[in-house]
Design a protein around this ligand. Structure first.
Ligand SMILES: [Zn+2]
Length: 189
């Protein structure tokens, strides 16, 4: 995971705000983890309609909790050839703020292998965080800042029922950062 470079000056304040907000409030019940389990079952059975229903239920519950308009979701069998994302990191989904539609796909384009549940759920949370950026935080754009990835990870670990991990970052050129996966996985301080 690689962060976006800081934008031009007119958007810099929003970018810095996105960078700063590194956590999310979470529901204090187990509704999202329970719905995530039903996404997993539907994926196991390779049922696209069932996966879509469970994803829609997940997003409805999450939108209700964060008090934002619901976003629509389309679950595709295979990654479309044309995607909105200019971000090469975004292999499994996209989000269009103008229509508030999220798309996630179950198979990778090249090898046609089914996406793992963990990756799929992580994508769903990632795209939902784009939705929150526009609808909850009111950002003009939804940048992949360190804060963005941390918010998405907080939501993902809650939904997956796994302990949150501290993310470690390595500075890159141009004001960008990448995740240090080794340190993040080891969880060292
Ligand atoms: Zn993204």
């Amino acid at each position: 995971m690689l962060t976006d470079a800081p934008p031009r000056k007119s958007h810099l304040a929003g970018f810095q705000e996105s960078e700063r907000i590194n956590t999310l409030d979470l529901p204090d019940d187990a509704s999202l983890p329970a719905i995530a389990k039903s996404i997993e079952s539907a994926m196991r059975a390779e049922e696209i309609a069932g996966t879509r229903r469970a994803c829609a239920e997940f997003l409805k519950a999450a939108s209700h909790f964060y008090q934002v308009p619901e976003c629509n979701v389309r679950v595709l069998a295979v990654r479309p050839l044309r995607t909105r994302e200019q971000w090469t990191t975004e292999l499994f989904g996209d989000y269009t703020p103008e229509t508030i539609v999220m798309r996630v796909w179950m198979r990778t384009a090249v090898r046609k292998e089914i996406t793992s549940f963990g990756t799929f759920l992580s994508t769903l949370c990632h795209e939902f965080c784009h939705h929150l950026d526009y609808q909850k935080f009111g950002f003009k754009d939804s940048w992949h800042t360190r804060g963005f990835y941390e918010r998405a990870a907080v939501l993902y670990h809650h939904a997956r029922g796994t302990p949150p991990k501290r993310l470690f970052w390595v500075p890159m050129s141009g004001g960008r950062w990448r995740i240090d996966w080794q340190r993040t996985t080891r969880g060292e301080g």
